[in-house]
Design a protein around this ligand. Structure first.
Ligand SMILES: NC(=O)c1ccc[n+]([C@@H]2O[C@H](COP(=O)([O-])OP(=O)(O)OC[C@H]3O[C@@H](n4cnc5c(N)ncnc54)[C@H](OP(=O)(O)O)[C@@H]3O)[C@@H](O)[C@H]2O)c1
Length: 321
């Protein structure tokens, strides 16, 4: 038996959910064609792939943007491109979302913004085949893919609640299913077991889905929704930090079966703007189709435990009663 939750999750897995996922993976996103003029959208990792096309999509529909990126040159080029093509504002904040102090800075800066943030998209992410640690001594994928969104949401909670209207979207993944038997809460840092790219990626995405449970409870009744989504299996720059063998394999095999990230951008626009899902929160979408995530992602007990550990790792105080 892999862990004490194995039997519980095993019973909860249903073939119908797996078949639904396979069906949804082939589907196209619903298209939302309402304007977003005057809306402010914050997106992390807008310099490449899904984030880049999503930033363009929102701008083309009238949204002003604040992009949270790590690369100044790419950010300036994006700003120039977007403001030249569309009559919107495009600002950027430079931050390395693998570093706790920089994540905190971003969260605090956003919390102090005067204008309302209408849509907040947590998109930045990496995939690593070998374990790397951050300057804070934490496993890198866990921080960028999960802890960054956790800290920023946490620091923005009061601002977003006071607006009484906002949508948070976490770009998650069907890859959360690689953490098929749940999180190892006693080894979130991957020090006690053999590292695997797929498993660490799956665990970080699983952690984000578990945080969704608690954030949804905390935002309940406030007018703020928080959802997660799989953006499709799409061709982007993901995995470029890995060695030449991985990159060769990705270019020659993986990329051939991948779709255009334009579908991800359309889905993220729909999830941010469509009236059809205005009242939906705490859910997982495959593009724009509601989907049941893997059973460990719905485990409230683990979600609360992870919440406490995440506060500790992030250096955040608990919420006041
Ligand atoms: N591609 C897929 O098929 C797929 C499937 C499921 C989920 N996803 C998820 O989709 C999201 C976007 O990935 P993508 O496929 O579009 O990959 P991508 O092309 O590599 O884009 C990733 C973005 O995140 C940024 N980023 C990476 N590390 C960062 C850091 N430390 N601080 C700040 N920004 C950072 C990158 O910045 P640079 O431009 O500077 O590198 C880039 O803008 C990720 O969360 C990924 O897990 C992708």
């Amino acid at each position: 038996m892999k862990n004490k939750k194995f039997a519980k999750y095993f019973k909860e897995y249903e073939w119908s959910n797996i078949f639904a996922m396979i069906r949804n993976n082939k589907s196209d996103p619903k298209i939302c064609d309402i304007t977003s003029a005057g809306k402010l959208v914050v997106i992390t990792g807008a310099t490449s792939g899904i984030g880049y096309l999503t930033a363009r999509k929102y701008a083309s529909m009238g949204s002003d943007l604040i992009c949270i990126n790590r690369n100044p040159e790419k950010s300036e080029a994006l700003k120039k491109e977007i403001t030249a093509e569309f009559a919107v504002k495009c600002e950027y904040v430079i931050a390395d979302l693998s570093k706790l102090d920089e994540i905190h800075r971003v969260g605090k800066e956003l919390a102090q913004l005067k204008p309302e943030i209408n849509v907040l998209i947590h998109n930045a992410g990496i995939y690593l085949t070998k374990r790397e640690t951050t300057t804070d001594g934490l496993e890198k994928v866990f921080v960028i893919q999960y802890l960054a969104s956790f800290i920023i949401n946490y620091l923005l909670m009061e601002k977003l609640k006071s607006q009484e209207n906002a949508r948070i979207i976490m770009v998650n993944s069907e890859g959360h299913r690689f953490a098929a038997w749940g999180l190892k809460l006693d080894d979130l840092n991957w020090e006690k077991r053999r590292y695997s790219g797929l498993k660490s990626y799956g665990s970080a995405k699983m952690a984000q889905l578990l945080s969704l449970i608690v954030f949804d409870e905390l935002f309940s009744g406030s007018g703020v929704s928080v959802n997660a989504m799989h953006p499709g299996a799409v061709k982007t720059d993901t995995g470029q930090e890995n060695g030449p063998v991985y990159r060769w394999f990705k270019r020659n095999f993986l990329d051939r079966s991948l779709r255009s990230p334009q579908i991800s951008a359309e889905a993220l626009y729909y999830l941010g703007l469509s009236n059809e899902i205005a009242a939906v929160s705490g859910k997982f979408f495959n593009l724009t189709t509601l989907e049941e995530p893997a059973p460990p992602a719905l485990d409230k007990e683990v979600a609360y435990e992870l919440w406490e550990k995440s506060l500790e790792l992030s250096g955040l105080p608990g919420l006041k009663e």
